[in-house]
Design a protein around this ligand. Structure first.
Ligand code: ATP
Ligand code: MG
Length: 362
């Protein structure tokens, strides 16, 4: 029997949008939504939208202003032109974790049993109150397999689900932002992955947190979130100059005709960047020390706060790593008209949500 029109349409939509999902990244500074089409090696960002949240709408992983967040998601979708209601959502914060485990050979069920059996030891926020997923990365050199385990506390998942429920969106895939970061990195640098797989640090420097992924042996081996972000600069501008949150956010990105920031703003940026670099260095010290068995050589940075002046040079001087921006649009296509603030700005704020949008429904 011939396929019905609806089936044909669904089939076509699935081809255009392989995961059948759009990505939602609920950041503390702004919500991002994105829909991609294509397949590995030839992705295109078809739809992208943002909504900038008001001050303190989200603090850590708590939704302080839930109705604003629901409206923000719907408004960002409207701006993007996203009609789909099926999403891949990225979680983050202290109620999430990842762990690379060496597991014995076995069936999927046996491996799952093994991971669950050990879960209590490595899920610090309580294995019983968590949802746990895993994915096999490959063979382990020392025998067995390498598995990447991801976990999130059930109450965190519920708070995201409630928000999405109110926005009438079905969160078909629940992911972690750090894994979306690793996902976009693998896609953008697919041709050089063998080199970067020797050891690369990925950094997403957002408004309230700085996410670190140590990528080695074909996947993340360590992930961490530090409670520092670009909002520290905003707060300092507010404090020193006696302006509102919105005015301070504006001052951060308003340059003169030569593209320079005023000296007093630059001074605030410099102090915060120095502090962030010192914190990063402290947390990755083990991986950048000469002679370390887990040595890494490369570093890619993204996230809005990574656009802070001087960050790349200071980070590279402090760590000795070859540091560069995660250049999302070197491989992924996008219509430049979507980038009001330029492609570099768009790449910085959109990399995580593109990584989410590329996920496939299994
Ligand atoms: N050109 C720029 N220079 C410096 N800082 C910038 C620039 N553009 C944006 N920022 C800062 O980047 C931050 C927003 O980045 P991003 O969108 O990655 O954060 P988020 O995802 O909302 O936050 P988080 O991931 O921490 O929850 C804000 O602090 C903003 O002021
Ligand atoms: Mg973010």
């Amino acid at each position: 029997m011939a396929a019905s029109l609806k089936e044909q349409l669904d089939d076509l939509l699935a081809k255009l949008n392989p995961g059948g999902v759009f990505g939602i990244d609920i950041g503390s500074h702004s919500i991002k939504v994105c829909e991609v089409s294509g397949s590995p090696g030839k992705f295109r960002v078809d739809k992208f939208g943002t909504f900038v949240l008001s001050e303190a709408a989200i603090i850590e992983d708590q939704f302080q202003k839930p109705s604003e967040i629901v409206e923000g998601i719907l408004e960002a979708m409207k701006r993007a032109g996203i009609k789909s209601k099926v999403a891949c959502i990225g979680l983050h914060g202290p109620s999430t974790m990842t762990k690379r485990l060496n597991v014995p050979e076995g069936t999927k069920e046996e491996i799952e049993d093994h991971i669950m059996w050990e879960a209590e030891q490595y899920i610090t926020f309580g294995a019983d109150e968590s949802q746990i997923g895993f994915h096999i990365i490959g063979e382990n050199e020392g025998g067995g397999k390498d598995a990447l385990v991801a976990a999130a506390r059930t109450d965190l998942i519920e708070s995201f689900s409630n928000i999405l429920n109110d926005a009438k969106i079905n969160p078909k895939i629940i992911d972690l932002n750090v894994l979306a970061l690793s996902n976009i990195f693998e896609e953008v640098y697919a041709d050089d992955l063998e080199k970067y797989s020797q050891g690369t640090i990925l950094i997403d420097y957002g408004a309230q947190s700085l996410k670190i992924v140590v990528y080695k042996r074909n996947g993340p081996i360590f992930t961490k979130e530090l409670p520092i972000g670009g909002s520290l600069v905003t707060e300092e501008i507010q404090r020193q100059m006696g302006v509102s949150y919105e005015e301070a956010e504006d001052l951060k990105v308003t340059t003169d005709e030569n593209g320079n920031l005023p000296q007093e703003i630059l001074n605030i940026f410099n102090a915060q960047v120095d502090q962030a670099v010192a914190e990063i260095r402290k947390n990755i010290n083990f991986y950048v020390t000469q002679g370390s068995s887990e040595k890494v050589d490369f570093c890619f940075v993204t996230g809005g706060a990574s656009l802070a002046p001087g960050l790349i040079d200071k980070l590279s001087a402090s760590t000795g790593l070859e540091v560069q921006r995660l250049d999302t649009f070197s491989t992924i296509k996008v219509d430049e008209r979507k980038a009001d603030g330029g492609l570099e700005q768009l790449a910085a704020v959109s990399s995580v949500v593109i990584g989410l949008a590329m996920r496939k429904v299994n």
